[in-house]
Design a binder for this molecule. Structure first.
Ligand code: C2G
Length: 153
């Protein structure tokens, strides 16, 4: 009987932290199922990914360590997924430590240490800072502030 592992995440701006988590999870079983958060669900999480769902799911699904990608639509689909996909291990990064202990009723639950010094939110901030529109708006604000200072002189 194959030992199925499942995890959930947004996986926006895919980076080495995501990769190392998936590699460690894959080593805990025979098959790795990754539930990628839909854009609608991310809105409910107050998160706006830069890469839309289809792109994020394609990137994750293209990894040879990932056997199946499913959409994550809601917080409470996990128990159902665990039964549906005959899951033995639910795993996620330790930024969620303790948050999914209730799933121990259905399978093993593991929290793995995050990879330090890399995050999608930091990459998003950098990407948005480089956005020409953002730079143009900053230039306008700078001009206004400049004028205000001159007015005070
Ligand atoms: N991660 C990591 N190291 C990092 C960044 C992220 O190990 N430097 C892990 C997170 O702990 C998580 C996974 O990568 O397990 C995906 O992270 P996110 O895309 O930020 O996922 P999140 O928005 O936390 O969604 O229902 C659960 C949610 O879908 C989790």
């Amino acid at each position: 009987m194959s030992r199925n592992v499942i995890t959930y995440g947004t996986f926006d701006m895919f980076h080495v932290g995501h990769l190392r988590l998936l590699q460690r999870l894959r080593d805990l079983g025979d098959r790795l199922i990754v539930a990628v958060s839909t854009d609608e669900f991310n809105a409910a999480k107050n998160k706006k990914a830069i890469i839309p769902y289809d792109g994020r799911a394609e990137i994750v699904g293209s990894l040879k360590i990932v056997d199946q990608v499913i959409p994550e639509h809601s917080w409470d689909q996990k128990a159902e997924d665990i039964k549906k996909y005959d899951v033995s291990v639910f795993g996620i990064g330790d930024d969620w430590s303790g948050k999914f202990d209730h799933l121990k009723a259905h399978c093993d639950v593991v929290y793995l240490p995050r990879t330090p010094d890399v995050s999608s939110s930091a990459l998003r901030r950098m990407a948005r800072a480089l956005d020409p529109e953002m730079i143009e708006r900053l230039r306008e604000v700078h001009a206004v502030l400049d004028q205000m200072v001159r007015n005070f002189e």
